[in-house]
Design a binder for this molecule. Structure first.
Ligand SMILES: [Zn+2]
Length: 208
């Protein structure tokens, strides 16, 4: 295994950021930027001897984006996300539900379904998975058997669908896509412990 993934919970609602490191090249990406994540991520990257190449934003909710400006200031690497997250990164007023002030950041690289991000020898395919947030992307590596899943699929459940921009019917369609992935695929969510596609498939198959 030349891929190491460090879970870095941060902020008031324990949002998981992940530092994804190719241990051969040292190349890495940070997935999601909760409040106060910058010093935690800096420490993890230093410990791992990692050189961060990308900051990836899974979706536009405040607890995943507040730390974007601070991490960008630290590493000056491209901020990557879906085009639909651009406005919320650029205009803090659109994150009105946030208990924190937000510094605006620029979406440097817009990605969507089928695009790829490579970290050293590991390639992640972008999946556009709306339902919780129209801008939601996940990063999937079939070879490594892992998905960075944000707030789509959790252990024993899925992301909220009662928020502005969320939609249960769209979420149901998104969730059924997991049934096409290998059951042993690890899913690393934006909150809480990791799970597998097989574990969650037991209830996903029952969605009408
Ligand atoms: Zn969310």
């Amino acid at each position: 295994m030349t891929l190491r993934i460090y879970r870095l919970p941060a902020g008031p609602i324990e949002t998981n950021a992940y530092l994804v490191v190719d241990t051969v090249s040292g190349d890495a990406m940070l997935v999601d930027t909760p409040p106060e994540v910058a010093p935690i991520a800096a420490h993890a990257a230093e410990e791992a001897g990692a050189s961060v190449q990308y900051i990836v934003i899974t979706h536009g909710h405040w607890d995943h984006i507040i730390g974007a400006a601070a991490t960008k200031a630290m590493w000056d690497v491209p901020i990557v996300g879906h085009e639909l997250v651009r406005d919320r990164l650029a205009d803090p007023a659109l994150s009105a539900r946030s208990p924190y002030p937000m510094e605006p950041v620029v979406l440097d690289l817009a990605v969507t379904e089928g695009d790829e991000l490579t970290i050293g020898g590991h390639t992640f395919t972008i999946m556009h998975m709306p339902g919780h947030d129209p801008a939601h992307i996940t990063l999937y590596s079939e070879v490594d058997g892992v998905m960075l899943g944000g707030d789509v699929l959790f252990r024993d459940g899925h992301g909220r669908t009662d928020l502005p921009g969320s939609d249960q019917a769209v979420m149901n369609t998104t969730l059924k896509r997991f049934l096409t992935l290998p059951t042993e695929t690890r899913v690393l969510p934006g909150h809480g412990d990791e799970t597998t596609v097989g574990r969650e498939s037991r209830w996903i198959v029952q969605i009408p």
